[in-house]
Design a binder for this molecule. Structure first.
Ligand code: FES
Length: 193
């Protein structure tokens, strides 16, 4: 599978035998780092983690986090602190599409629990589990900042809002046919940082 960057650059997001960024991914990493003064490379950590996650199988192993630390010239624990804080970073292997259903107040009041149960039944998995074909992982998350369009879920870089059972069906079908979600690395975010 390849992830498209800036519409033209591509890098391989399949399993790697070596933990080294591809040339195109490294070029993007260097561009991100160049946005900050020397010695402040850590400022690029979050987008670099998105690139690493897309490059190395959809999750951040300890080895990948160590590699990111070496690229940014910071301590491995500094990478772990950030990677373990944000729910969009996965520290264990996950399916190609990670469905994160918000379960905080607004979403909960508007039926998030029912949506979670519906997805569980539909996919035959519980929260925290991955479908046997490796396509979907189901998670719950705290407020994702889209309270006005509750209930909602995030998958990759996409928000799906005002969820209904019918909408969930469409979302699952869409991902099953496309094979993967939109990654943050599909977005041209180098110009916004
Ligand atoms: S409560 Fe669900 S997005 Fe804020």
């Amino acid at each position: 599978m390849s992830a498209e960057v800036h519409g033209t650059q591509k890098f391989d997001a399949t399993k790697r035998t070596q933990i080294v960024f591809s040339a195109s991914a490294m070029a993007l990493v260097q561009k991100l780092i160049s946005n900050y003064p020397k010695g402040k490379e850590k400022s690029a950590l979050i987008p670099v983690l998105h690139i690493a996650q897309a490059e190395f199988g959809g999750w951040l192993s300890p080895e990948v986090m160590d590699y990111v630390a070496s690229v940014l010239q910071i301590k491995p624990v500094e990478v772990f602190e950030v990677a373990s804080f944000y729910t969009m970073f996965h520290l264990k292997p996950v399916g190609k599409c990670v469905l994160e259903v918000c379960q905080t107040s607004s979403c909960w009041l508007n039926g998030a629990e029912d949506i979670v149960h519906y997805i569980e039944k539909k996919l035959g998995i519980k929260v925290g589990e991955t479908t046997p074909d490796g396509m979907f992982t189901l998670k719950v998350a705290e407020c994702l900042g889209s309270c006005g369009t509750a209930p909602m879920l995030q998958c990759g870089a996409s928000y799906h809002e005002n969820l209904t059972y019918t909408k969930v069906d469409q979302i699952l079908e869409q991902y099953a046919s496309e094979g993967r979600p939109r990654y943050y690395t599909d977005l041209d975010y180098t110009n916004t940082l």
